[in-house]
Ligand binder design. Structure first.
Ligand code: SIN
Length: 284
């Protein structure tokens, strides 16, 4: 039986993230895949380079982590694989095949849902020679680094998230929601400090974009606090920067991290990524 300890790994940052070496995901045995999932749970993020994954293999891999999650916007999912969302600036017959600059800005995925996604997986189909890095911040380490009095002040605060607000104010991919999309995505409140269900660790969970305020606090004060917390979490000592190569698979745990995409020269380069999500549960 393969476990995380039988795989060859190197840490991405001290105490956070791991690169798994010499595993071919498309041809891996169930035991090896179970070891890869164990490794993800142990490290909070994993990278596997040089993979060759068709859509069926990606969905199969995602389902090792749990139930793959659908996407709110259906426009850029693959026709036969609704679990796969395309991030791209590529045009085919003058039409975009994916969402461009979709994940730029520090956030955690599906924060506007009652049950945000547990993990996010990106697979690099085509990447620019420079730019378009993905940054992941370890928000357990960021929480642990705060003075006790500050942690005690934040514990118990509840953040107001709104998908409607997000989609009408975001810098890229702004759009008016249909009445059905509004109905399916009512506002939600989540703890500012969440508990990791697997091991009880506490993580700062501020996010950006979807947030409108903090319960019981004036909005300007709340938004300033959330900005300050994002600034705290995204200091270099807490952040892993992933420099993409074609064939990379990167998976991170949204329950203990924030992430952001970064810009690239989209007139010079094409970027095409396949993104999958795995169902999560209600933060507490
Ligand atoms: C995301 O936030 O889902 C994508 C990040 C990226 O494109 O690098």
């Amino acid at each position: 039986m393969s476990t995380a300890s039988t795989l060859s790994v190197r840490e991405l940052k001290p105490g956070f993230g791991a690169e798994i070496i010499d595993v071919d995901l498309a041809g891996a045995t169930p035991e090896t895949l179970a070891g890869v999932v164990d490794c993800f749970h142990l490290h909070g993020a994993i990278v596997l380079r040089g993979q060759s994954m068709d859509p069926a293999a990606l969905v199969h891999f995602a389902s090792q982590f749990g139930q793959p999650e659908g996407h709110t916007i259906k426009e850029f999912t693959l026709p036969e694989f609704p679990e796969i969302y395309v991030l791209s600036n590529r045009l085919v017959n003058g039409k975009p095949i994916g969402s461009h600059n979709d994940g730029v800005g520090w956030h955690t995925d599906y924060s506007y849902k009652q049950e945000p996604v547990m993990c996010t997986m990106l697979y690099a189909v085509e990447v620019p020679a420079e730019g378009a890095d993905t940054l992941i911040a370890d928000t357990c380490a960021a929480y642990d680094a705060m003075p006790v009095a500050q942690r005690e002040r934040l514990d118990g605060m509840s953040v107001h998230h709104s998908y409607t607000h997000f989609m009408s104010t975001r810098q890229y991919q702004r759009r008016e929601l249909t009445p059905q999309q509004k109905l399916e995505n009512p506002d939600v409140w989540h703890p500012l400090v969440r508990t990791h269900p697997a091991d009880g660790r506490r993580a700062l969970w501020p996010s950006a974009g979807t947030v409108m305020g903090i319960e019981g606090m004036p909005d300007d004060e709340a938004l300033k606090l959330l900005d300050d917390l994002i600034e705290h979490c995204t200091q270099p000592q807490f952040v892993y920067t992933h420099k993409w190569q074609k064939g990379d698979v990167l998976v991170w745990d949204n329950r203990c991290s924030l992430h952001t995409g970064t810009l690239f020269d989209d007139q010079k380069y094409i970027r095409e990524m396949h993104r999958l999500w795995v169902r999560g549960d209600k933060p507490y």
